[in-house]
Design a protein around this ligand. Sequence first.
Ligand code: PEP
Ligand code: MN
Length: 337
Amino acid sequence: MIVVMQHGAGREKIDHVVSEIGKHGFKAHLSEGQERTIIGIVGDGRLTDLQHLENLPGVDAIVKVLKPFKLVGRDFHPADTVVKLDGVEIGADKVVIMAGPCAIESESQLYAAAKAVKEAGAKVLRGGAFKPRSSPYSFQGLGEEGLKLMARVKEEFGLLSVTEALTPATVELVAEYTDIIQIGARNMQNFGLLREVGKIDRPVLLKRGMMNTVEELLLSAEYILAEGNGRVILCERGIRTFEKYTRATLDVSCIPVCKRYSHLPVIADPSHAAGSWSYVAGLSMAAIAAGADGLLVEVHPDPASALSDGKQSLRPEKFQALMKQLKAVAAVMGRSL
Ligand code: PEP
Ligand code: MN
């Protein structure tokens, strides 16, 4: 971090800034030019907020040299993180496919979905028991009963499971029944929830908020890592743009950008970006071609009767066909499914 002093700021103001820097445990390195003085803050200032120095008399600007995140960044941890869970590795050579219905609706529905995704080669069964819906009158999920169904069905098919925790108070309950805890787009900056999942021993699938930047996504992941949970999987699920023909715009660039700045695995959710099943295959392939470590895809045995997101859900046979295409794209990337 660098403090740029105003034109002609005198000794007294410079000394004041230097002493403030010292109070926070950092050293100051002065570079006194003809016109202005620049003060370098020596030490890693990312874990201390020094932005207030900008308000001191004589200060023109604070320039950040390093990225604001530390634990999720590559400076601190250059090697890729691989999230390991019962023989499945997310972020390693294999592309991991997570698939299933938007919401758990009934035992027969979840069973049929699990059978289809398992046969097609998915490793993780998705399905929401607590659903974040735009309308309070829409189906909100089966709650704990849904979690119990998920735990039974995933066991029967030898799949892992991922499901969303909506509130800090339900994190422990969700963790009791599921392998991976999903933090949904709407909760990406629910800092209390992030801290709560940071304290538990379960991998976290953190979705990018629909109106958040990549940097904000990484800072949200930083909350989880800062609490001690290093098993975070980032997920690009589409952001809001001016485009109306799709539900959201899959920001494919987010994938290589996250990979550049962070060591965490990155997956994509083509379903919530597309909003229509017919775009899901193309977006899935694009994500893998961009370097995604996995996908989260909505699959429903009978999309027409789905209680949520039926329009964007693939039928089992479409999902099976997609998995064949994905194998080919993964091979081009030097990976397999
Ligand atoms: C979901 O995965 O069903 C979901 C609600 O996703 P998002 O949080 O990305 O909207
Ligand atoms: Mn959904």
